[in-house]
Design a protein around this ligand. Structure first.
Ligand code: ARG
Ligand code: ASP
Length: 713
């Protein structure tokens, strides 16, 4: 018995050690490939990434800069998340055609809708250019070295071979220890093909965001169009559906817990190699400050949104964006504490120091940890002040953010003169009707009052502008919002009338502008320069620390932090245990939608058609044993940017669509743990069920290559 337990423990440690990490697709051969095979993968690294033959990577374009998508037909049909396509869906919506509420389906190609400015970008090949980027930098000082590296990157980007319709892009990996060149192809004629109603695509919206168990059908469909040579082209009526080098077969065979899965996509940012002292600072100072400032913002907005439908429409998108990161940070703190991430990092740092000493590398690496301690202590107040700046002026205070744009206008005049001033003024005026359309002064006044209250009390005293000491937030916000011209588009246009000198004089007499200017001066003069200076030192230390880890721990599984480039992550379908006495299963079903259903609610309403299909159990070939699978979770290590990523089975067939992570595991951006970090995917069978049974879009189903379960005899 004991032995069995030990053996099981050993197996568990082995297996869990094989998960986590976002790996470079061109470098999977060796360690990754064998881990993936151990976990159950049946295909080869060469099938995932190849430059000689078509491979999986040819079907995974980045979607419009921030998300991921996958090609699922030989006519350039791509699948991504509803929340990734949401802007486009919103842009095509009007009172007569409310695609947000009702969904949209193109039953013929002619009905597909053009999206100006939308792009998808494929990776053609990846080459290591580290040696070339670092050429001639060995003996330079830090500042000169960075300059030379930038020069080399610019030269290589310009001169490396590529076809005329392709682009070169160089990105750094391992904090400046490796450089890879990506040759890419960017398509610019992307049309909307299908989107479910929000009651499916955003089911559970903000309340269920980052939450498991989940019941969201977060998908939408687009199509890539190319010119007659199958190359990228601007929109033209005679463009044709793109013929992909590869597209994913779709498996509806179904899966079970512990089955292998992998996810390919474009994860944005992670910070897995921060020292303990940095994680401690995020945990105790930065995250809590940002959360506190968003707490008050969200509460005020929510209060107004519940009472007033017009305000709900104005603030829905902004509120959701603010809430998204807010909720993530809260989960991050909880997870980092529970996993004792700081303790684990300290433990590693002890080993690290011992290894440095044992290998005689003291001169090179001996002071790294002490440098971190010193630099993070030094940056602490500046980082806190920066968090305040980001969350008050840049993000949550709307009048303040408008004020800051005007502050930049004044600076521009001071440095570049009248012409630059005029150009910027025009750009501002042109862009601002959008901003003011969704601005409500009553809401922002209350938000302002709350933000300013916390700012005046908790902003580091040494940087606090004198005018913000001992203020009465209610009195100040009243004064600002009754006197300032920044509260409406008409007033702000009026204040911008006249020559530069007059405008600047008017601005400086405006109460709202005065407050912004005091805060901006404090930040830009007293905080930002010093912050940048210390941060540069931290970046250099981090680069050397990363180099040392790679060198001294060659056997560790060390993957490069996310940087919005194509990656592969793999793991298993698996439930988890978020809290004492609670166990989560890895699959949800349509039954859960009906359980959560609140008629008329804006997050939990369900359309009659879906209820009918549920009551009739009319699931076609997509249901199993009278139930309709919906979402599922696995141990794939993902982050923001992986939304819309294909989830693949052991054979590389499409089984789902990534869209989120579980709240208890959002610390995976800093510290991944296979115990609790899970990515959330929509089961592909639910996607097909909605397209087929709900929308009746047989035209789309016909395009797909669907692998069905073998009939039992
Ligand atoms: N939490 C997911 C992500 O980080 C989904 C967000 C989409 N929903 C939203 N309310 N913004 O992007
Ligand atoms: N929801 C995220 C995205 O949109 C994915 C994540 O953070 O897990 O990219």
């Amino acid at each position: 018995m004991r032995l069995l337990k030990l053996l099981l423990l050993f197996v568990f440690v082995q297996v869990s050690a094989q998960q986590g990490g976002m790996w470079i697709p061109s470098l999977l051969k060796g360690m990754n490939e064998s881990e993936m095979k151990n976990l159950g993968m049946k295909i080869t690294a060469e099938q995932i990434y190849s430059i000689n033959k078509s491979s999986l990577k040819d079907a995974v374009p980045q979607f419009n800069g921030g998300c991921t998508s996958e090609v699922i037909s030989d006519k350039g049909l791509i699948l991504t998340n509803h929340h990734c396509g949401f802007d486009a869906i919103q842009n095509h919506s009007s009172v007569e055609h409310d695609y947000i509420t009702d969904g949209f389906w193109a039953y013929k190609m002619e009905d597909e809708l053009l999206n100006k400015g939308m792009v998808v970008s494929f990776v053609v090949r990846i080459d290591d250019v580290t040696t070339k980027v670092l050429e001639g930098t060995a003996s330079l000082t830090e500042a000169d070295k960075q300059k030379k590296i930038q020069e080399n990157i610019a030269n290589l980007t310009r001169t490396s071979p590529k076809e005329s319709w392709q682009d070169n892009m160089i990105k750094t990996f391992y904090n400046g220890n490796q450089y890879l060149l990506f040759v890419t192809e960017t398509f610019k004629d992307i049309r909307l093909v299908g989107a479910p109603p929000s009651s499916i695509g955003k089911f559970g919206d903000v309340t269920d965001n980052w939450v498991w168990p989940r019941h969201t059908g977060d998908f939408s469909l687009f199509r890539i169009y190319a010119d007659k040579d199958n190359r990228p082209a601007e929109y033209a009526a005679d463009n044709v559906p793109y013929k992909p080098k590869y597209y994913f077969p779709i498996s509806i065979k179904g899966l079970k817990e512990n089955d292998f899965t992998m996810v390919m996509g474009y994860p944005g940012t992670t910070q897995e190699y921060l020292p303990a002292v940095a994680v401690e600072q995020i945990l105790t100072i930065i995250d809590p400050t940002k959360i506190e400032l968003r707490d008050v913002t969200l509460k005020v907005q929510d209060g107004f949104m519940r009472k007033d439908n017009a305000i709900k429409i104005q603030y829905a998108a902004k509120n959701a964006t603010i809430a998204n990161a807010w909720k993530k940070w809260k989960g991050e703190i909880k997870g980092l504490k529970k996993a004792n991430a700081v303790g684990a990092k300290q433990q590693f740092e002890k080993q690290f120091q011992e290894k440095v000493n044992a290998t005689g590398k003291q001169a090179e690496y001996g002071t790294l940890l002490a440098d971190f301690e010193k630099n993070y202590a030094e940056i602490k107040d500046y980082a806190l002040a920066k968090a305040f700046w980001d969350e008050t002026v840049i993000r949550n205070g709307e009048l303040l953010s408008a004020g800051y744009k005007l502050y930049q206008l004044e600076q521009l005049y001071n440095t570049k003169g009248e012409q630059a001033f005029n150009d910027r003024r025009n750009t501002l005026i042109n862009g601002w009707d959008e901003f003011y359309k969704d601005f409500n002064a009553a809401v922002d006044q209350k938000v302002f009052e709350q933000l300013i209250d916390i700012y005046s009390k908790k902003y580091p005293k040494q940087f606090l502008p004198a005018s913000m000491e001992n203020i009465n937030p209610e009195v100040l916000s009243n004064e600002v919002f009754t006197k300032s011209q920044l509260v409406s588009f008409d007033k702000v246009k009026a204040i911008l009338l006249g020559d530069a000198k007059t405008v600047i004089e008017k601005l400086n007499n405006d109460k709202g502008y005065q407050v912004t200017k005091a805060m901006a001066d404090a930040h830009l003069k007293n905080v930002a320069p010093k912050y940048d200076e210390i941060n540069l030192k931290i970046t250099a230390t981090q680069r050397t620390y990363m180099k040392a880890i790679l060198e001294l721990f060659p056997k560790n599984r060390i993957f490069p932090d996310a940087n919005s480039t194509l990656r592969v992550t793999y793991g298993k379908i698996k439930g988890y245990k978020p809290n004492d006495a609670v166990i989560y299963e890895p699959f949800t079903y349509l039954d859960g939608v009906i359980e959560k259903y609140i008629p008329g609610d804006y997050e939990y309403d369900v359309s009659k058609k879906l209820i009918d299909l549920y009551n009739k159990k009319d699931y076609g070939v997509y249901g199993v044993n009278g139930r309709m699978p919906l979402d599922f979770i696995a141990t794939n290590h993902t982050t923001g940017g992986n939304s819309g990523s294909p989830a693949l089975d052991a054979n590389g067939n499409l089984i789902g669509l990534n869209f989120d992570r579980v709240w208890e595991g959002t610390m995976s951006d800093i510290y991944y743990s296979p115990e609790i970090c899970r990515n959330i995917m929509v089961d592909i069978r639910y996607v097909l069920f909605i397209v087929d049974k709900f929308a009746g879009a047989e035209n789309l189903i016909k395009e797909l290559k669907i692998i069905t379960p073998q009939k039992k005899k």
